[in-house]
Design a protein around this ligand. Structure first.
Ligand code: FES
Length: 305
């Protein structure tokens, strides 16, 4: 298999990168190979952290590229520095190898062995890279099945939580003018996607639904701001008719009647927030909304308005 007069590890141009002793080139190859595998570890760990913290597509793509690229470059380096570069010519002959050929192959195959002074480092770094990458690929399994955490049904509103404006100021009874409307959030969760709420003070009494008679202290009433059609913010209030309008597809909700939809494609009332006033005169929630805010989802209970 080896060309006549050519050492087994010689290249065609006569250079001898795989000498009898570990060369500076081989040592450098070891370090570069280990560095590539370790960069893959860093990429995989970064991917895990970004995914765990909620995900960011550009960063996830970057870390995945580093993780896969590190392994790829490490394998290329390994081949570049430690696999024998032999120009082999195999004549056509009957299939099957003679004992001499097998012995020669084994000698050639094991040529680079003595150069691996840090075999343990390389093997361990390669193993760590593969294990870390494998662990990172486990995390997407969390995306299967029900959403982790609070799910779609609950918002940060709890009994006793103050209602605050979008700049975090707690709302007092007098902050809402007669027939006025204010967008509010639960204290500590300003900007929460599922908790924007319309706090209104109609100039006539609302008609409470059964069980909600004490949800409207001092004439205040609060509904989720998320349209139950496909989730647009219900941003318009026609105070004369006491109607809330969704600008996306013109769903219209009756403020005096539990935000019941009276026009448009929305089929479900805006969920109502039970209110109270604390000892300092601030408006607080008495619990979560009467139903899941926003559009319906696949396993939402029916009739939970
Ligand atoms: S999202 Fe409000 S009507 Fe369609």
């Amino acid at each position: 298999m080896t060309a006549p007069d050519q050492r087994p590890h010689e290249t065609e141009d006569g250079s001898d990168p795989v000498g009898d002793e570990p060369s500076a080139l081989a040592r450098r190859g070891e370090l570069l190979t280990a560095a590539a595998f370790l960069s893959s570890v860093v990429g995989a760990l970064g991917l895990s952290v970004v995914y765990w913290r909620g995900g960011q597509p550009q960063l996830e793509g970057l870390f995945l590229a580093v993780a896969l690229g590190g392994i790829g470059i490490g394998l290329v380096m390994w081949a570049r520095y430690f696999l024998p570069k032999v120009a082999a010519v195999e004549e056509r002959h009957e299939l099957g190898s003679t004992e001499e050929e097998v012995a020669e192959f084994r000698e050639t195959f094991e040529q680079g062995e003595h150069l691996l002074t840090r075999r343990r480092l390389l093997v361990r770094s390669a193993t760590a890279a593969l294990v870390a990458l494998g662990a990172a690929f486990v995390f997407p399994l969390r995306s299967l099945g029900p959403r982790p955490g609070r799910g779609f049904r609950n918002t940060p509103f709890r009994d006793g939580v103050r209602l605050v404006t979008d700049d975090g100021q707690p709302v007092r009874v007098g902050d809402v003018a007669s027939d006025g409307v204010l967008t509010v959030f639960p204290e500590g969760h300003v900007g929460s996607a599922d908790a924007p709420t319309l706090l209104l003070r109609p100039d006539v009494a609302v008609r409470p639904r059964a069980g909600r008679e004490d949800w409207t202290p001092d004439g205040l009433v609060a509904y989720s701001k998320l349209c139950t059609h496909v989730g647009c913010p219900v941003g318009l209030y026609q105070s004369e008719q006491h109607l809330l309008l969704c600008p996306c597809h013109q769903s219209t909700f009756d403020v005096l009647d539990g935000a019941r939809p009276v026009f448009g494609p929305a089929a479900r009332s805006l969920p109502q927030l039970p209110l109270d006033i604390d000892d300092d005169g601030f408006v607080i929630a008495r619990g979560d909304f009467s139903g899941p805010p926003g559009p319906g989802f696949w396993d939402r209970d029916r009739g939970s308005d």
